[in-house]
Write a protein that binds this ligand. Structure first.
Ligand code: NAX
Length: 325
């Protein structure tokens, strides 16, 4: 039997986690031979609800679930953790500007970053989900200098999966026939869903759809899909976000499918001219518990201008939170 892995999850009494935790405990994220210990963090008023989630997790009798720690103390939640899923954040309230959200949530990620710096495993793999996810990950990274900075990432896999579905539907096939879609940039409406290199049953996707479809329909549809779900459901994507988190971490830990790419927001190393250190979504492949940014892709002027727009948004977000760095 393998040693258990410690998985810290914040915002554990919230909507996304109600789909996420059960899938981690069942082995879908780290493999069906990998025992896990869940270290669940919430704010004090949400602990009662979290205790109920713990009861339900226990009532599933998951063979891989070795222990569940429920706490409002980040030092306990992140102690010796191998993985942290940073879901907890404040939702945007009525009349709240994006800048207010950035500052409010930024404070959460600067203080949790400091705790992670102190008590977590130095090679901890982190996925930030709470919005604005890329900039929250950036703030966390700057406040956790002793942690392997490569391993501080943000979630754009939900956007990637949304792109897969839209392209499959348009080309009247299934998602399993589609490879190499890309999400570049920020998890926001400036993200760049790109099908330049995508294939549909090994044929070029661009030969199967009009240019106007992917530029004028597909790109805005994927970028605004979160808002469409809120409009339809009255609350934000939860089960699909949980699924994106599982896909992100499973591929990172266990390897991505051969011959395909996945999208992850990772600290830029300057690839494709993006300012180093910004948390920018790239096409990556994963192997042996690490990821590599896909290199040397030719980028059209159209995609480049969109990529730069998204990078500029990330630079301006970083500027707005500079006192938290
Ligand atoms: P909920 O409001 O249902 O849950 C958030 C939970 O976080 C709450 O239970 C709250 O008590 C907790 N929390 C707040 N501050 C905390 C802190 N300092 N420490 C620990 N826990 C804290 O939201 P949910 O629907 O689960 O969404 C969570 C976050 O994911 C939001 O910021 C949301 O915007 C973001 N999303 C990100 C997505 C992505 O693709 N990156 C997509 C889905 C989602 O919109």
């Amino acid at each position: 039997m393998k040693q258990p892995m410690r998985v810290a999850v914040t915002g554990a009494a919230g909507q996304i986690c109600y789909s996420l935790l059960f899938r981690i405990a069942s082995g879908e994220m780290l493999g069906n031979d990998q025992p896990v210990i869940l270290q669940l963090l919430e704010i004090t008023p949400a602990l009662k609800v979290l205790e109920a989630v713990k009861m339900e997790l226990n009532d599933c009798a998951f063979p891989l679930l070795q222990d569940i720690i429920v706490t409002d103390d980040p030092k306990i939640a992140f102690s010796q953790t191998d993985i942290a899923l940073m879901v907890g954040a404040k939702p945007r309230g009525p009349g709240m500007e994006r800048a207010d959200l950035l500052k409010d949530n930024g404070k959460i990620f600067s203080s949790l970053g400091k705790v992670i710096n102190e008590v977590a495993n130095k090679n901890i793999k982190i996925c930030v989900v709470g919005n604005p996810a890329n900039t929250n990950a950036y703030i966390l990274a700057k406040n956790a200098p002793s942690i392997n900075q490569r391993n501080i990432t943000a979630l754009t896999r939900l956007d990637h999966n949304r792109a897969l579905h839209q392209l499959a539907e348009k080309t009247e096939t299934t998602v399993s026939a589609i490879q190499k879609v890309i999400i570049w940039g920020n998890h926001s409406t400036t993200q760049v869903p790109d099908i330049t290199y995508a294939t549909v049953s090994n044929d070029r996707a661009k030969d199967k759809v009009d240019d106007s479809w992917w530029k004028d329909e597909f790109m805005p549809c994927v970028g605004k899909r979160g808002a469409a779900v809120i409009a339809a459901r009255g609350s934000s994507s939860a089960a699909s976000a949980a699924n994106g988190i599982i896909d992100h971490m499973r591929d990172w830990c266990l390897g991505s499918a051969e011959g395909d790419w996945v999208s992850m927001a990772v600290p830029s190393d300057g690839s494709y001219g993006v300012q180093a250190g910004l948390i920018y979504s790239y096409p990556v492949t994963c192997q042996n518990g690490d990821y590599s940014i896909v290199q040397n892709l030719d980028i059209s002027d159209f995609v480049q201008s969109k990529m730069t727009e998204s990078e500029n948004e990330l630079k301006s977000e970083a500027e707005l939170v500079k006192e938290l760095i």
